[in-house]
Design a protein around this ligand. Structure first.
Ligand code: ATP
Length: 249
């Protein structure tokens, strides 16, 4: 008789319980509970100033929470809106920069660049890269660390529409090949539904909605199901406020 096959639960790469963050008397994040599993792609939407980047910076260990519990995967990479390349270093050197282990390997850097189609630029200087290429170097730098958690802070925001579409395809392919947990901060509702398994809406210090996107990939932005999800997300977004609350009476 065949044994029962039990799929073990995917390990969590983010587990937040009651996580709060204040600046002075301004409460930005107010007792957030959130889990992200390895292999899960989560998008974070919300009005400007609701604390999306603050949350991402806490997950990237670039910022401390004020209170609460946070368990975060050790191997975490962040990609920012601007690739932040060091102009005085060749492209491959920029890829190894975030490796804290002091074991810079050009071969591994070139392999990461190859994954984003930029192996031929390994020995180039950053100034010769287009905006889209520079952003791809940022992705290669993130991949170099083999992250269990990939944090994307509006990485497509500065790209033109065509380059952005290509970058979406690239990120989906990399996610599919490596299966990290992903948290993507974006302002773009369509982008969030195109890419994510779940769309979180942040507002007033809380996760106001957690909307599953149950659409087959590749997703068709013109389909009725896509547009129904888009209406749902917009509906939730229309009900959140960016108003930070204060601890003073
Ligand atoms: N270092 C800081 N000191 C004081 N206040 C800060 C600091 N960093 C962020 N804030 C405040 O925290 C709030 C949330 O900022 P955050 O950048 O996280 O929002 P966001 O949702 O990412 O906004 P946007 O969509 O405009 O990028 C804002 O009111 C901001 O002014």
């Amino acid at each position: 008789m065949a044994a029962d096959l039990i799929t073990p639960p995917a390990p969590q790469v983010v587990a937040l319980r009651g996580l709060s963050k204040s600046y002075g008397d301004q409460v930005i994040l107010d007792a957030i509970d959130l889990t992200v599993e390895r292999g899960e792609f989560v998008a974070l939407l919300g009005p400007s100033g609701t604390g999306k980047t603050t949350l991402l910076r806490i997950l990237g260990r670039l910022e401390d929470a004020t209170s609460g519990e946070a368990t975060i995967a050790q191997r975490t990479s962040v990609v920012f809106q601007e690739p932040r390349l060091i102009q005085a270093q060749k492209v491959w050197r920029n890829v190894v920069l975030t490796d804290g282990r002091g074991t810079a390997s050009k071969a591994r850097a070139v392999a990461a660049l190859d994954e984003v189609g930029l192996a031929p630029k390994a020995d180039a200087w950053p100034k010769v890269l287009s905006g889209g290429e520079a952003q791809r170097v940022g992705l290669a730098r993130a991949l170099y660390r083999s992250p269990d958690l990939l944090l994307l802070d509006e990485p497509f925001g500065a790209l033109d529409a065509f380059t952005r579409r290509t970058a979406h395809d690239l990120v989906l392919r990399l996610w599919n090949d490596h299966r990290p947990g992903v948290l993507l901060v974006t302002h773009d509702v369509e982008e969030s539904i195109l890419l994510a398994d779940r769309v979180l809406i942040l507002g007033d210090g809380h996760v106001q909605a957690d909307i599953p996107v149950e659409l087959e990939r590749p997703r068709d932005t013109t389909s009725a199901a896509f547009n129904a999800t888009k209406r749902l997300v917009l509906h939730h977004l229309g009900h959140v406020s960016a108003r930070p609350h204060t601890t003073s009476p």
